[in-house]
Design a protein around this ligand. Structure first.
Ligand SMILES: *Cc1c(COP(=O)(O)O)cnc(C)c1O
Length: 291
């Protein structure tokens, strides 16, 4: 639906600091022109990230107070599991504190203690790349050549280069453990990925016996682009497109701080029983009990 105004009332406000031009000059100089060094209290418009910055609804805040804090078997987990199952279509839901915690767990289970394994991607997000490299994997980015021309009107510049992907799978397929599709492609300017591209990656992954991992941080936004610009998806709903996208993945990780619109949280989702068991073992060690 199109609204002429935001369809909600705002009942909580947070003051923002206003600076003068002189102050901003001094703050930037003192930060060495690195925005990561600026105190947030000096920032008037924050474009550093969308991570955990969304406003939460009254229902989300109310759910916080109704949270079941039991160590195991918490009813809050049942609600979370049901919601993530509905969103992803995956059977096993493993809760994490945020996206990189999910990445650390899958990196350990897939790569730890094995030399010479490779992970390829349309482009890795920095924490995913670092977690995989830390466990000894070689990581290779294969962005679509469309991504290079930032002025062209071409759609789906977040796609992976399918030709290069098949070349690597042909030449070094025995060493490639995982293909990661980052959806949308954050490091390539947040460009969307087409379902057509993901489908072909899924076929190649099956052909060469490689796992397909989707980093689903912005899969809702990506699905909006698919509905709007990919032929054949005009009549599908966003939730349907989200589920179709994720249906091609063996493993889904998500930082729910992005399209989950929460302050903190994330998960791993998979249909693979064996992998889910291994992920849960590491979860208990690093994050907490699965339920
Ligand atoms: C934010 C993000 C992550 C990491 O999630 P955190 O919750 O910050 O740990 C991973 N991948 C992508 C694409 C992200 O945007």
């Amino acid at each position: 639906m199109d609204y002429p105004f935001e369809p909600f009332k705002i009942k909580s406000v947070e003051p923002i600091y206003l600076t003068t031009k002189e102050e901003r000059k001094r703050i930037l100089e003192e930060a060495g022109y690195n925005v990561f060094n600026i105190k947030s209290k000096y920032v008037t418009v924050d474009l550093l990230t969308d991570s955990g910055t969304g406003s939460m609804s009254q229902f989300q805040w109310a759910a916080l107070m109704l949270g079941d804090e039991s160590y195991a078997g918490a009813s809050s987990f049942e609600r979370f599991e049901e919601a993530v199952r509905k969103y992803t279509g995956k059977k096993h839901v493993i809760p994490t504190h945020q996206g990189r915690a999910a990445e650390k767990i899958i990196a350990h289970v897939l790569f730890s203690g094995q030399d010479g394994l490779i992970a390829v991607s349309n482009t890795f997000f920095d924490t995913t790349r670092a977690n995989f490299q830390f466990q000894g994997a070689e990581v290779i980015d294969l962005p679509s050549p469309k991504a290079k021309d930032i002025f062209s009107d071409e759609m789906f510049k977040g796609d992976i280069d399918l030709e290069k992907l098949e070349e690597i799978l042909k030449a070094r397929g025995d060493r490639v453990k995982l293909i990661t599709m980052t959806v949308t492609n954050n490091t390539q300017g947040g460009q969307p990925v087409s379902i057509g591209n993901i489908k072909k990656v899924h076929e190649l992954a099956k052909k060469y016996g490689v796992l397909l991992h989707i980093d689903a941080c912005r899969v809702s936004e990506n699905s909006y682009f698919v509905k709007k610009y990919e032929p054949g998806f005009e009549e599908k709903s966003i939730p349907e497109i989200v589920r179709e996208t994720l249906s091609y993945a063996d493993i889904v990780t998500m930082s729910a701080k992005k399209d989950g619109l929460v302050n903190i949280g994330g998960y791993i989702a998979t249909d693979d029983e064996g992998l889910a068991l291994k992920f849960k073992e590491m979860l208990i060690l690093w994050e907490g009990f699965p339920t």
